[in-house]
Design a protein around this ligand. Sequence first.
Ligand code: FAD
Ligand code: DLZ
Ligand code: SF4
Length: 507
Amino acid sequence: MGDQLSPKLSALGGADKARDTIFMCEVAAEATYVKHHKKKMALIFAAMRAFADGLRAQGWQVDYVTLDDPDNGGSFDTEVARAVARRRPAALITTKASEYRVLQMQRAWCESLACTVHLLEDDRFICSTARFNAWADDGRKQLRMEFFYRDMRRFTGLLMDGDQPVGGQWNFDHDNRKPAKAGLSFPKVKRFPPSASTQAVLGLVASRFPDHFGDLEPFWFGVTAHDAQASLDHFIDYALPQFGDYQDAMLKDQKFLYHSLISFYLNLGLLDPLDTCRAVEAAWRAGHCPLAAAEGFIRQILGWREYVRGLYWREMPDYAAANALNAQRHLPDFYWTGDTDMTCLKSAITQTKEEAYAHHIQRLMVTGNFALLAGIKPDEVHEWYLAVYADAFEWVEMPNTIGMSQFADGGLLASKPYASSGAYIDRMSDYCAGCHYNVKEKSGSKACPFNYLYWDFLVRHREKLANNPRMAMMYRTFDKMEPSKQKAVLESARVFLGALGSVYPAF
Ligand code: FAD
Ligand code: DLZ
Ligand code: SF4
């Protein structure tokens, strides 16, 4: 499958070049079950073709069905059934899909296909689902990432001195998270000119999916493990030392800052997560970067990435329908166009359209924060994130959206909602200076919508959130506000949300 492009995939493990055929297929159903960004599809198809070429070059037989094959039936089900009829294999050996929906299809093949089906675990993750479940079931009241992460540090020995964390503490976050200041210089992004094969894919995507979101070109993603490794090396050389400091900063004219731009390579299987963490640890041990940068980066992969995957498999399929805050508003159209006067949203969405990329804080504290405050239906928010980012696969996107960003799981993942007023965005970015709205104003037509939506959100969810110790101070602040100010703020929110668009009747 398109996100299983790893030579050490379990399904390839016991394979024999003389006997076995590797089967891959490009199918319309996977491209359209959500309308993926054009760049994301081009990346997946180009990387699949490059992977198949690599296998052939090593002497494997590859049966590869292209999207424009006239006999292509358009789904994994049709193409696997056709391949089995064509080749009459004794067995189909497949690695479990990364997504619940596709795993159900694979399970059904065990019954429907005229051959034995072996479904193997996907062991490309550092933490198996069994290990995650054992951790989660170990008498815990809460499944907090920080404790999982410490367990994974001990398990892998990453950044450890014996059984103690190097530097005497597990987490150096308080050293990170500075706003970007004037005069910083940013590394160039590692870009790869499209090969002839990638050019053909670009043509295919342009002609087959013209109505999908996003700009197809310029297309600069790498499509091979070699390209992915070069991107990681480039990040370590030029950006890692500053990664921690400016991890949460946002700048209008800098889309990538010191981020690694490797999530799509990791998620396709072109980079190995443990090798990636070890390379970053080695850079720190060689004195190339501060410990806070290496620890901050390793935490994202060893901690967050593994944790959300464990949570996904533990909570599916119910997780997809979670809506703890009963949010019922439709996703506003401007998420697809960027056509809004709110500079932060316009900037994050426009960049998403151009690059199929936005960094974590843009996703969490701009587009996610707005959807949370405005009460957008979590499943619509989830579909948007799944469609628009090149790195979006459900196992990683859904917990980040439903759990971290929308608090729709009621606090399973996050100890409090990631909700903020405009002040946070102003502190961490240069968006507000040129905005139509005034980030210092709290109510009225020129006030920053995040300001009054924030209070409105708290008031709407008082019953569910007021008892959360991490929210108590904000409720006290609101309660101390003069009644006329409270009224003005809530009235501004009412007017804004009224103009924002449709709401389901239950809201
Ligand atoms: P860097 O900032 O350089 O971080 C390094 C690596 O750490 C990333 O490549 C990624 O593999 C990992 N990482 C960092 N944060 C997270 C996280 N919260 N969860 C899992 N891995 C993380 N990430 C995805 O890979 N796919 C998604 O579909 C996705 N959807 C998201 C949706 C929302 C609403 C939010 C708030 C976050 C989402 N993330 C997702 C997490 C994060 O935003 C991206 O991993 C990151 O922006 C990718 O850019 P980068 O490679 O430059 O990351
Ligand atoms: C996302 C995607 C797309 C757009 N197309 C294909 C495809 O044509 N063939 C394929 O094997 N995989 C594709 N993918 C990735 C799958 O959707 C992905 O493997 C599942 O989401 C994982 O369960
Ligand atoms: Fe965003 Fe408000 Fe700042 Fe405008 S003023 S950029 S809407 S946070």
